[in-house]
Write a protein of this length. Sequence first.
Length: 384
Amino acid sequence: MLVLFVPLAALAGWIIGRRGGERHSDSQVSKLSTTYFRGLNYLLNEQPDKAIELFLHIAELDKDTFETQVALGHLFRRRGEVDRAIRLHQALAQRPELTDAQKVQALSALGEDYMRSGLLDRAETVFADLARIDQRAPQALRHLIAIYQSERDWEKAIENASRFEAATGEPMGKLIAQFECELAARQRSAGDTEAARASLARAYAADPTSVRAGIAEGRLEAEAGRHAAAIRAFERAARHDPDYLPDILPMLQESYAQVGERSGARAFLAEMCEHYRGIAPVLALARMVEAEEGVGAARRYLAQQLKDRPSVRGEAALIDLTLADDADASSALHDLKHITDQLLVRNPSYRCNRCGFGARSHHWQCPSCKEWGTVKPLLNYAVV
């Protein structure tokens, strides 16, 4: 807590010294200095509540100390006293004598207060006004993007992300592609497949390697009965990021089955086995071997693969094949299968590679850190 107040103490001391040389009487400067040093003493003795009250007193003695007032508002917000911060920053923003830069600073602080308190409509109004002022447009646009994400207003989120990229040069394509995919998902649910296709096309334009756009396109093509096109979309998505292969494979294999493309399926799975260290393509290939060459061949293939990439799911599949291949297998194998199944139930299937959040189902936006596209299937627990 101490680190939150030391910058304020230093700022207050600097302001006192500066204003003492400008226009305050000796007695006024002395009174301010005494209060300042008492507040600093409270900070050093880890009594921040008493310190902030004294700094408030400094602000009251010299109401023209704009910087101190803004800093106090920030401290109130950090302490959870958002209503108090709002009142202080509102009063600052209404001062007629403020310079343009000070007006912008006060309004920006007020917008952040509104966001902290959940008053997103008010925050949106403040930041929309600020976005028209070039010197603070990027920060205001970033806040607007966050607001529109919370409100799931994807069109406005896209618009402001594009404006942010134009203003700063910072690439926003991957984020814009996620927003376009959100739009496509909404349009698909509403039955407007043409609008969904258009949104996905814009997602590809923003991020040509978008896995999510590829998966969504593959689903649309499969639902329309165009399975060859679906295969191309799913394969492209898997090649862009093999980590999503466990989610893609079931849909891809269904489209392979619809067109009778077994050789193409085996070739793609063999390719993925070389580029993806998880067990998903191995299990899929084992099932194809079982269908074409029998249980024994599948068991031998899987046992060999598990030597290089041990996996709980691979072990479970090998047990199933062993039970099917050997009718005299002891009850120990059944017990082992039961234990393996219990281990699988207790483990997450997905994890955010940014914050470590674990989940049993997939989220495009991490529920914990709110980053997009960071929640991926775990290598050893992914289901095909």
